[in-house]
Design a binder for this molecule. Structure first.
Ligand code: NAP
Length: 211
């Protein structure tokens, strides 16, 4: 379909609203899945692409192998047709800078309107990210908050119209808590999908204290 602007015919393209769910997913848990679903529904996203990073910019705690983290994410989202998983950051060497990732998607899919979804703690130091202005130009930011949903005074993006907060209902999970539970031999059943728990057990992940 075309529309006329002045004398010029320009194609009218439907907007594709795409969520990019960035994180280490070390490991993925139901909190991530609930947050992605909340983002998809609230922001009318066509789909959410999970982007496990290869090398976090600021590594914290014991980090499982990137391929294993990726395969746990793939297993966790397998049943949801609106969720997919990208190897983009895995296949790029060095730290996973979000600006580079967004530039890739913007160049390869210029008709996508991008929403980058990540956790509140991850954006507290947003000013120190690589090219923070570029990140906000290329994508709106959906910031996941957990109960009790308190925003610290140091939150650097208050009032920015390209930044939106998402409340994840009822789930106060974190990957570091999952790792702690595994290390101390406590159950993670009902906190992560069964196939993720099976991978953690099979690969003997998160047994050593490297936090
Ligand atoms: P992190 O330090 O591992 O996580 C920080 C906090 O955010 C944790 O509480 C974490 O909870 C939470 N979190 C992370 N991803 C989340 C998600 N998708 N949904 C809900 N909560 C999430 O941070 P990270 O994983 O390395 O970084 C998060 C994202 O920001 C990644 O895509 C990373 O590449 C990007 N980032 C970019 C730069 C840069 O470009 N310079 C710098 C920092 C981060 P869990 O532990 O439960 O996941």
């Amino acid at each position: 379909m075309n529309s006329t602007i002045g004398k010029r015919k320009v194609p009218v393209t439907a907007e594709h609203r795409i969520g990019l769910m960035g994180g280490a997913f070390n490991p993925v848990h139901y909190g991530h899945l609930a947050a992605a679903e909340e983002a998809r529904e609230s922001f009318l996203l066509e789909r959410v692409i999970f982007l496990p990073c290869s090398q976090p910019v600021w590594p914290k705690g014991e980090l499982a192998d990137a391929e294993i983290r990726f395969s746990m994410v793939a297993l966790a989202i397998a049943e949801n047709k609106t969720f997919t998983c990208s190897r983009l950051e895995l296949e790029r060497s060095g730290p996973s800078y979000t600006a580079d990732t967004l530039r890739f998607f913007h160049a390869s899919h210029p008709d996508w309107r991008l929403f980058f979804i990540t956790g509140l703690d991850a954006v507290l130091e947003f000013g120190s990210w690589r090219d923070p202005e570029g990140v906000l130009e290329l994508a709106e930011l959906l910031v996941v908050t957990r109960p009790p949903y308190q925003i610290p005074p140091s939150f650097p993006l208050s009032g920015n119209l390209r930044v939106h907060l998402i409340r994840t209902p009822g789930l106060a999970l974190s990957s570091s808590e999952i790792r702690d539970r595994v290390r101390s031999g406590r159950s993670i059943r009902y906190l992560v999908p069964p196939l993720v728990a099976a991978t953690i057990a099979k690969e003997n992940l998160y047994q050593e204290r490297k936090e």
